[in-house]
Design a protein around this ligand. Sequence first.
Ligand SMILES: [Zn+2]
Length: 633
Amino acid sequence: MSKKYSKIGLRAGLEIHQQLDTREKLFCSCEPKLFKGEPEFTFIRRLRPTQSELGQVDSAALFEFQKETRILYEANNESVCLVEMDEEPPHDLNREAVEICLIASLMIEAEPVDEIHVMRKTVIDGSNTTGFQRTCVVALNGEIDIKGKKVPIQQVSLEEDAARKTGKDGHLIRYRIDRLGIPLIEVTTAPVIYSPEEAEETAFAIGRILRATRRVRRGLGTIRQDVNVSIRDGALIEIKGVQELELVSKVIENEVQRQLGLLEIRNELKKRGVNKEDITEDFVDVTHVFKKTKCKVIAKALKQNKPVLAVRLSGFAGLLKKELASDMRLGSELAGLARFWGRVGGIFHSDEMPAYDITGEELNQLGLLLKKDSMDAVVFVADTLENATDALKAVTERARLALEGVPEETRAANPDGTTKYMRPRPGAARMYPETDVPPIQVTKQYINQLDNRLPELPEQLMKRLMTAYKLNRKLAKQILDSEYLELFECLAKEKKVSPTVIAVALTETLKALKRDGIKVEAVTDEQFREMFRLIGAGKTAKESIPEVLSWLASNEEATVRDALEGLGLSMMSRKELEELVDDVIEKNSEFIELRGKGAFGPLMGIIMKKARGRVKVQLVSGILKKRLEDTIT
Ligand SMILES: [Zn+2]
């Protein structure tokens, strides 16, 4: 495996972002909490074009794009104040967040800086109301051991989280700013990771250290990985927002395949003798071809008086549908760019035809109008003249870049491990000092203090989980790698239920439910606690855990008692159980006569099927054994 990757010159680096569990946000006193439902207020801002204070200017096209874009910010009072709205300067840096970062830094043997300076990092997508993200380096030059290899940690930073995007409609983008300002630790490795497996192991190792601080948040979106990937002859691609550690290797594998696929396309285009000059911005209005179309998307656009514009991509026939990596094609790359630059919903292209109820006759006419020959592809789009033009400009520009190979860009990770075009890669120099926040001195004395009371390292923690709670190695490791370590210890200390039962529920059971698409993150600590209390008190059996958890996941704010009632999983009384046993014995009297004591196993099976989750197995077997003996003698 890794041999294959060294041959193609894979290099990867990781940036792990993890939300810290602080009482307040990084630069204000708001509660770091996301809200659901409708926002209490909204406000609109224009996107600030990125002419940073150092005079760095991005491409002219990007500048124009940003000038046009407006952002609708959604907020509520509990999680947003004037700081997030950029109506008031930031308050001092949150000391609690600084401390957690320093602790994590010391745990990976990084050297804390003498003075923490807050910097501004230009943000081009509107995810920060200020147009920049505040960030500060806390420590440098750490390392982490991955199976005997020392992976250098270049730096540990403390950052404010960005707003979360909730939608896009033409020139208007929606963001929810409750997340803005939540403290994040960012751990950056050197780009010396040479295989997808190694990347995943590194991500897990860093995640373990961060959780070992016991002061990080848990749940979907609280940890996010950015991955930088390059291969020889390819390009450096930045992939943002991998939400699960388990996806890191898949994302990298896919990116390697994508780059290799793009290089193959480049070679094929060369073989076909395609030149940059062959790909021109000759956009043709082909609206009349679709006057009577059955294609719903186009028909809808025509009804709104939007035109259909088309462009010929000389020599691209068959290449748009070529699969680069699982479910990623050049066609979808073009669509991604068209969406970003042209604000369109998507594009049509000849490689995917016939489809979408577009007829052969319509395609013929389209081909004639565009002078398409058998080696050409055609891309067309139905939208306003402005959007369609911008979209096709992006498509032709991207098609030209296909002749060079892999264009540098920033991509976004999808939940299935594929990626999509996100935006161009920002220029290099994009940091400048934040003058509103004074620097913080980090004294030797303070560092010594922290160093003397560092939390257990993952290896120590693992050992303790095995000795203190009698977990086997596998379970201990799973708890260590789960987000529920903290909760596990709390629950295990309550001594209501055996630690192994709790550990299985918090790892294997949750994983299985997640695989079935159940949103287990919704289950709160309080609900877990109540569930184990009720099991401990004999109100329900441990076998009911999966059902109770999946019920709670879809019934927020409900109690575990509600779940037991809703599911009919309250414990059976001894009387009810005895009646059930008698009933089963009566219905199977012939079988019992035939098999004698050998009937025990099958009858147990029948009873447990009816009573699982509502009885203790030992109790059933005791009653059944007794009743069977009575019947047989
Ligand atoms: Zn605030």
